[in-house]
Design a protein around this ligand. Structure first.
Ligand SMILES: NC(=O)c1ccc[n+]([C@@H]2O[C@H](COP(=O)([O-])OP(=O)(O)OC[C@H]3O[C@@H](n4cnc5c(N)ncnc54)[C@H](OP(=O)(O)O)[C@@H]3O)[C@@H](O)[C@H]2O)c1
Length: 296
């Protein structure tokens, strides 16, 4: 199976490359190689490689910035998804397009299923929903993978890190952080997500699939677990979205159900807390290896 990965130096892209493996059958593409807004150059880069599968992780996903620059959000997240789907159709390649829990309003109280009605409440969510629809309309051999709350060792390049790293930094600097209790999600380790995408790729699964680590928590509970499992002696103070006063609305409840995984005979992902413990252990091992004296 020949796989091209768009956004290969991003948080998810880095782990996807690790899972699919370096070699002649994997084509990692950074933004220097391709821009998803540019159909001609994307086609020119992909055609000689003749991919069986293209994974598109590219996004403009800073939620606050999307409100300020809606046109860029639409260009990258909506039209870009359509461009990638069009090139996949021209080349006869399956497309795996990464989307988000933010396509839902968050008004629900049970995990959202793949066929629940999306109803985004901010520009980021609306632009990603547009991308899902355009990709699926353009090329039926598209699999839209919705995921949420990503943390990976590479850190999100578009956000300059991830939530775990931000909390560890703030916990170290301030000793105490205030985090919202009224937004629930399914945090997801990009290494686990990459493994699941690897398992799904090339199996002819099309449509929409939810892939997150199992379980759910509030951002407050997530932070408690980060401090507890990392051994950082910092405290978390509970707050609400209203008190916190974020300028952009975010879904209050955006947990994704895993019906699609079961229906397609795919393995469920482990609990988010186990994934977080693994992330922190790998992170610690990496920084230990970096601080080891180099033999000369
Ligand atoms: N992070 C989350 O918590 C989260 C949650 C739910 C869903 N998602 C979705 O998951 C996907 C991956 O997220 P991530 O955290 O891995 O993000 P990331 O680290 O920012 O990775 C995105 C990658 O896309 C590249 N890119 C951005 N704009 C591009 C363009 N116009 N053309 C080509 N490449 C472009 C980036 O390149 P540069 O680094 O050069 O900009 C980067 O390599 C996104 O689709 C996002 O919407 C993320």
């Amino acid at each position: 199976m020949r796989v091209a990965i768009i956004g290969s130096n991003g948080q998810l892209g880095t782990d996807l490359v690790a899972h699919f493996g370096a070699g002649p059958d994997v084509l990692p593409l950074t933004r220097r190689d391709v821009d998803v807004r540019d159909r001609e150059s994307l086609h020119a880069v992909l055609a000689p490689f003749a991919p069986d599968v293209v994974v598109n992780t590219a996004a403009f996903h800073k939620v606050d910035l999307c409100e300020e620059q809606p046109w860029t959000a639409i260009e990258v997240n909506t039209l870009g998804a359509g461009v990638v789907a069009g090139v996949c159709r021209a080349l006869g390649a399956d497309l795996i397009h990464i989307s988000t829990d933010y396509v839902f309003s968050g008004d629900g109280s049970r995990p959202y299923r793949e066929d629940d009605r999306p109803e985004p409440i901010n520009v980021y969510g609306a632009s990603k929903l547009g991308g899902e629809r355009l990709a699926l309309e353009t090329w039926p051999r598209t699999l839209v993978v919705r995921t949420s709350g990503l943390f990976g060792l590479a850190g999100a390049s578009g956000k300059g890190g991830n939530f775990v790293e931000t909390m560890l930094r703030l916990g170290r600097e301030r000793g105490s952080v205030r985090v919202v209790t009224d937004q629930k999600l399914g945090p997801t380790f990009t290494s686990d997500l990459s493994g699941a995408i690897h398992q799904a790729a090339g199996r002819g699964i099309h449509g929409v699939l939810h892939l997150t680590n199992s379980g759910q928590c509030s951002w407050f509970e997530f932070t408690q677990a980060i401090f507890e499992l990392s051994g950082l002696g910092a405290t978390v103070e509970p707050t609400t979205s209203a008190e916190f006063g974020a300028s952009v609305r975010r879904p209050a409840y955006s947990v994704l159900a895993h019906d699609g995984l079961r229906a397609n005979g795919l393995d469920d992902l482990r609990q988010w807390r186990d994934a977080l413990a693994d992330y922190l252990a790998r992170r610690a091992a990496r920084s230990e290896a970096r601080s080891m004296p180099v033999a000369v």
